[in-house]
Design a binder for this molecule. Structure first.
Ligand code: S3P
Length: 165
């Protein structure tokens, strides 16, 4: 059976939805960022700080390449996975891709905890979110399905995904 791959901007609920969905479907849950943290022994923010974004993107690509060989899993990706076309090709080959989205307001609220998302650790957070969101919008649209998670708790999003399958 195919993997279920969740993509989407930071704060759209990929990890919390993915964990619930995997539980409901009795599938293995894989969180790409968690795998990178386990592999390096560093938090994502530390990887960015010590080695920079390009290095993080390479680690991300390597993990994607490995987990694309899995079957039957629910995979939650990091928001920037869409930046490399090769990631998307790999993930599409073994899975159904579901993009989660949300309003900018919701994203800003859900990502307000500092120190977790290095790309948003800046003074002009709202501007940064809006720019990244617009820059990436067309990339997320390559998914097989899109679900708006604004005002929707993760268990409800998981139900919606189950209804799609
Ligand atoms: C990133 C999103 C983060 C994490 C890293 C980069 C991005 O994951 O992979 O900070 O480029 O959008 P989440 O989408 O789970 O926050």
């Amino acid at each position: 059976m195919k993997n279920i791959v969740l993509i989407g901007f930071m704060g759209t609920g990929k990890t919390s939805t993915g964990r619930l969905l995997a539980g409901r479907l009795n599938r293995t849950f894989i969180d790409i960022d968690k795998k990178i943290e386990m592999q390096t022994g560093l938090a994502i923010s530390e990887i960015f700080q010590l080695y920079g974004e390009n290095h993080f993107r390479q680690l991300e690509r390597d993990v994607i390449s490995r987990v694309s060989r899995y079957h039957n899993a629910v995979i939650a990706t990091g928001g920037g996975v869409v930046l490399k076309q090769e990631n998307m090709i790999r993930l599409k080959n073994t899975g159904i891709i579901i993009a989660l989205t949300a309003s900018l307001e919701t994203i800003l609220e859900r990502t307000s905890r500092r120190g977790v998302r290095p790309l948003l650790d800046c003074e002009d957070r709202a501007e940064r979110v809006a720019k990244l969101f617009n820059d990436r919008a067309s990339l997320y649209m390559k998914a097989d399905y899109t679900i708006d998670t604004t005002n929707m708790p993760p268990h409800h999003v998981a139900e919606k995904i189950i209804a799609l399958l």
